[in-house]
Each structure stands twice: as structure tokens, then as C-alpha cells.
Design a protein around this ligand. Structure first.
Ligand SMILES: NC(=O)C1=CN([C@@H]2O[C@H](COP(=O)(O)OP(=O)(O)OC[C@H]3O[C@@H](n4cnc5c(N)ncnc54)[C@H](OP(=O)(O)O)[C@@H]3O)[C@@H](O)[C@H]2O)C=CC1
Ligand SMILES: CC(=O)[C@](C)(O)C(=O)O
Ligand SMILES: [Mg+2]
Ligand SMILES: [Mg+2]
Length: 409
């Protein structure tokens, strides 16, 4: 008897998740030598390993309420859902992943590697269709036009673009029938229903697992045996099991930890964050700093190194790894003194901008703008023009040259 591809995949991914869980245990210093030994033999004894690893982990953990800086919040984790449990839980389900953008790619491949029954539904002949074929999805087997996938699926994963979700809803809602589960990775369509028109029938569970990062990272962390943080929420609970289902799905798509929230809180914070510190804010802050350096006679490379390169290659990764205080302590006393003095000034200057942004997210202005933009017949060209203009900024042209000089390139 030879190994089937999916059996192989599920045993290797079981190994990955076991190894990832192992990291957590290591950190807690409760790792036993016996477990380490079984980990080394995992490739030849995956089922035995799974049993050996998951059983003790289940007993040791199970913490559901964690104190985050004085506020207790609910968190679910991968150790609660060993692969066998996921397989059993979803044994009668077909995940119909509708859309194959950044999230469709990451979540779809992770579900597939976890050995779950997943099919992809995208427009035939579109860019996503081609990309899905390149990723090994097979037409007629696990790759279908959207309507066909929606018919076959028991769990409809709406991973179309947010604008396309509202555009396709009049057609798609026919397939959202009693007993199915409707899943999103964003609260957009549901929360801004007055703008999107997405109002699910009252006899289906409506759930969310929203990775807090790019779909590319959803995939790369999973492949490394780690897992992304995701938010998890329930909009409609018909079965009484919606939260459990959302949690199981969050793990199945490759999350490591799941943070419980609501659709509303998820979408408000997400739209706010990406416009702020995650994307819009850093572009604006970098550019302002760079320009003042240039206005004062500094060369492009000096301005870029002192603004972007040092931030991204040296100091920010330290913050990510061990916190702001660690990064401060890794810098000179001179730098620390100045940063402590200037941080409150930046905070005061930025806070009104953040307040305005949050209000615009909450009152629907930001989603209205997105839908209006995506509805323009020329939106692709318009978008390209705007991002080309960013790439053409001297700072990023210079950045290209600096990146090319990184040792090891
Ligand atoms: N990008 C990310 O990393 C994150 C995204 N999310 C959320 O996940 C969801 C999916 O986002 P993302 O993965 O970025 O995908 P995109 O927003 O890039 O959307 C891409 C998909 O939508 C399809 N699509 C677009 N227009 C239409 C249409 N009119 N009819 C049918 N299909 C259409 C595309 O198909 P085609 O190729 O055929 O055009 C493609 O498969 C969104 O809700 C988003 O907010 C959440 C967390 C992070
Ligand atoms: C990657 C992510 O989570 C974002 C920035 O919110 C998004 O792509 O919408
Ligand atoms: Mg996000
Ligand atoms: Mg977002």
C-alpha cells in the first residue's frame, strides 16, 4: 500500500502542529524527555506522535481566560483542536472557499494540508482561477465556478473581495440554505449591511475567523509550523454551536490563537488599524520625516537609512520580538532620552487624526468610500496609478537602491 498525497499531507501537518504546540510547552518548561523523543520519530509514527503530544497538552493547558494588561479576555488555541478532532468534527462538511485572493490562497492551502475536505469557487477564466490551478487545485475535483462550489459546500467561506461580496450577494444568497454555515474573514459585509445589502437568512449560523495579518503570512506561518493570531466571532447562532464551529474553523485555516470578539469590533478595529499604524500611518510618518531631512540637505540614502531601513531592518523587529522597552534598551542613552521626550509630542499630534479616523470608520464613511471606489469601472487602473505614484516617490526609489545593497542579496 502506498501513501496517498492527502494522507502524507495530513501526517506532515500533524507533525507541524505538534511541533508548534511543542514550542508553547517548551516555553512553559513542562516539556518531557519522552515527548522530545517521540517528536524526533514523528515522520515515521505520526499517529502515535499525535496521541502522545496532544493528550498531555490537553491536560496541561485549557486556559481560556487570559489577563491582558488587567483585562480578562477569552482566547482559544490550536492545542484544543488536534488534527483528529478537527477531522472528526468536520467529517460531514465541505468547505467551499469562494474567492482566491490573498486569504483564499492562505486559508485554502492550509485547510487542504490539514487534510480537510475543501473546494475552491472562483470565476472561471479570471486571475484567481489561473492561480488556483497553479496551486494544484483541479477543475471538476476541487475547483469549480462560484455557484457550483456554493451548491456543493456546507460551509460557505466568503473570501471574495469585500466589494464583490455585496455585488454577488443577490445571486449567492440562493445557496445559503438551512443547515449551512456562512463564514467571513471580515465584519464588513454584515456590519455595514445598509451599504452592502448582505443580510443572511435567519436559519444559518454566521461566523467569522479573521486572521490578523496578510493571507501570505497565514500561509507562511503555517508552513513554518507556527500560526497566525485571528479574531473569532459569531453573528448568528442557530445551532447553538456557532462559536465552537468558528473556533474549529479558525484553527483549521491555520491560526495559532483565536481572540474572541464581535463582528462589529473586528471590522471597526481592522479598518482603523490598516488605515493607521499598519499601512497609511507609517507611509505618512516615514514620508514626513524623510522630507524634512531632504529639505535640510541630507542625501537620499542618508534620509532613507535613517527613516525606513533602520526602522524596518533593526529597531522594529526588536520591538516585535521583545517589546518597546527592549528596543529602547538596545539603543544609546542619548537616543533613549530623546525618544522618551518626543514620544508624547507625536502622540499628541497624531491622536486627533486617529480620533477622526475612528469616527469615519464607525459612521460608515470609510466603507462607503471603498465600495464607491471598487464600483468604478476604472478602479484597477486608478488604483495602479495611485500606487505607482507612491513607488515613484523619491523615498521608495531610493529604498529600492538601498535594498539592493543589503549584504547577502
Ligand atoms: N488580504 C488579506 O490578507 C486580508 C483579507 N481579509 C478579508 O478577507 C476577504 C478576502 O480578501 P482578499 O483575500 O484580500 O481578497 P481580495 O479582496 O483581493 O479579493 C479577491 C477575490 O475576489 C474575487 N472577485 C473580485 N470581484 C469579483 C466579482 N465581481 N465577482 C466574483 N469574484 C470577484 C477575485 O476573483 P478574480 O480573480 O476572478 O477577480 C478574487 O478571487 C475580505 O473580506 C478581506 O477584508 C481579512 C484579513 C486579511
Ligand atoms: C492584512 C490585513 O489584515 C488587512 C491589512 O486588514 C487587510 O488586508 O485588509
Ligand atoms: Mg486586518
Ligand atoms: Mg483589513
Amino acid at each position: 500500500m502506498s501513501f496517498s498525497r492527502s494522507a502524507l499531507r495530513s501526517s506532515t501537518s500533524a507533525f507541524r502542529s505538534a511541533v508548534a504546540s511543542q514550542h508553547v510547552v517548551e516555553k512553559q518548561a513542562v516539556r518531557s524527555i519522552a515527548l522530545a523523543a517521540s517528536q524526533r520519530t514523528a515522520t515515521i509514527a505520526a499517529p502515535a506522535l499525535r496521541a502522545a503530544v496532544s493528550a498531555p497538552l490537553q491536560q496541561k493547558r485549557g486556559v481560556k481566560t487570559i489577563d491582558f494588561a488587567g483585562t480578562k479576555e477569552k482566547v482559544y488555541e490550536r492545542a484544543d483542536w488536534p488534527l483528529e478532532k478537527l477531522h472528526d468534527y468536520f467529517k460531514d462538511d465541505t468547505f467551499a472557499l469562494l474567492g482566491y485572493g490573498s486569504q483564499g490562497h492562505g486559508q485554502g492551502l492550509n485547510l487542504r494540508d490539514n487534510g480537510l475536505n475543501v473546494i475552491v469557487g472562483v470565476r472561471k477564466g479570471g486571475v484567481s482561477w489561473k492561480e488556483a490551478l497553479e496551486d494544484g487545485w483541479v477543475e471538476g475535483k476541487n475547483l469549480f465556478p462560484i455557484e457550483e462550489a456554493a451548491t456543493k459546500g456546507t460551509i460557505l467561506m466568503n473570501l471574495l473581495s469585500d466589494a464583490a461580496q455585496s455585488e454577488t450577494w443577490p445571486e449567492l444568497k440562493k445557496y445559503v440554505t438551512k443547515g449551512k454555515t456562512l463564514y467571513f474573514s471580515h465584519g464588513f459585509s454584515i456590519v455595514y449591511k445598509d451599504q452592502t445589502g448582505v443580510i443572511p437568512p435567519s436559519d444559518v449560523d454566521v461566523i467569522l475567523a479573521a486572521p490578523k495579518g496578510s493571507g501570505r503570512t497565514v500561509r507562511s506561518l503555517f508552513v513554518e509550523g507556527r500560526g497566525i493570531n485571528s479574531s473569532v466571532a459569531v453573528h448568528q447562532d442557530v445551532t447553538g454551536k456557532a462559536l465552537e464551529r468558528a473556533t474549529a474553523m479558525g484553527i483549521a485555516i491555520g491560526s495559532g490563537y483565536l481572540y474572541e470578539t464581535t463582528f462589529e469590533k473586528e471590522v471597526y478595529s481592522d479598518l482603523y488599524g490598516e488605515r493607521g499604524c499598519l499601512m497609511g500611518g507609517i507611509q505618512g510618518m516615514f514620508k514626513a520625516q524623510y522630507e524634512v531631512l531632504r529639505e535640510n540637505g541630507h542625501s537620499p540614502s542618508e534620509a532613507f537609512n535613517e527613516t525606513c531601513e533602520e526602522a524596518l531592518m533593526s529597531l522594529y523587529p526588536l520591538v516585535g520580538e521583545k517589546g518597546m522597552d527592549y528596543m529602547y534598551n538596545a539603543c544609546s542613552l542619548t537616543a533613549r532620552r530623546g525618544a522618551l521626550d518626543w514620544a508624547p509630542k507625536f502622540e499628541a499630534a497624531n491622536k486627533p487624526v486617529f480620533q477622526e479616523l475612528y469616527a469615519r470608520v464607525k459612521d460608515g464613511s470609510e466603507t462607503r468610500r471603498t465600495l464607491e471606489f471598487a464600483g468604478r469601472p476604472t478602479y484597477r487602473e486608478d488604483y495602479q496609478k495611485e500606487t505607482d505614484a507612491v513607488s515613484a516617490q523619491e523615498m521608495w526609489v531610493c529604498g529600492k537602491a538601498v535594498r539592493a545593497l543589503r549584504p547577502g542579496k
